[in-house]
Write a protein that binds this ligand. Sequence first.
Ligand code: SAM
Length: 263
Amino acid sequence: MQVRHKAKKSLGQNFLQDDNIARKIVDSLKISEKDSVIEIGPGQGALTKHILEAGPKKLMLIEMDRNLAPALEKEYPAAEVIQQDALKFIWEDLDPEKNWKIIGNLPYNVASKLMWDIAAKSPAVNCVFMVQHEVGLRITADQGSKKYGGISAWIKSYCETQYLFKVPPTVFKPKPKVDSAVIKFYSLPNNEKPSDPEGLAGLIKYCFQYRRKQLGKILKSFVSDSLLQWMEEEGISLKDRPEALSPVQFQGLYNCIKNDFPS
Ligand code: SAM
């Protein structure tokens, strides 16, 4: 059974109607009984029932809608329902010992911001998200590709990302105007994650603000002998554009210029 309460249109939700696709999305998270799972925006519970069937140790549902949250609580008493804006959830408070996995058919208007925060702040080992197709391509793009941008470099500083499959508009109600994609995150070991997240985020945003410009122009106030030496060692030219830098190279670049880069 699915929760049937009407949600306000202003939240822009498209509810998944195809049970096979719902199962396929949940299966790709590979939930076991030692996992604690968070579902973001469960809505009418299309994914929720499959998550519970997989038998996680714990399931938390973060649903902002005032009507849907109590209906989910009634329908799925085994889950803990939190009626809250997921953007305000404190991801770093999750106990890293609990093997967290995060899943959601994300509300498209907040998906990028949510994934930016979750990748960097949550201790989740894996995440599976359904997002707008274009966003899925960007997050899974490699450096050098046209789709590779600030969000790709940032999320890939914390996780390996994988494009899983495309989902057509016809399986939602109401029908969105665009395709969707299901993507997966695999957290990197902590010792490979950035040591100064705030500084790195600032540098990535700064560089991609000028994505069509050459690094020589973008970094002209920060050029030093040590920066030039580092670029040579990495095979990066001042004529390259930001998309040429891998996530690890953004960390290297930040280390070279951090004393001069405004934090
Ligand atoms: N998971 C369901 C499905 O696949 O049918 C619903 C997906 S719908 C795209 C997004 C859901 O997220 C809606 O239920 C909406 O109420 C909820 N939502 C929207 N913004 C939210 C936010 N900032 N925090 C938590 N939930 C949110």
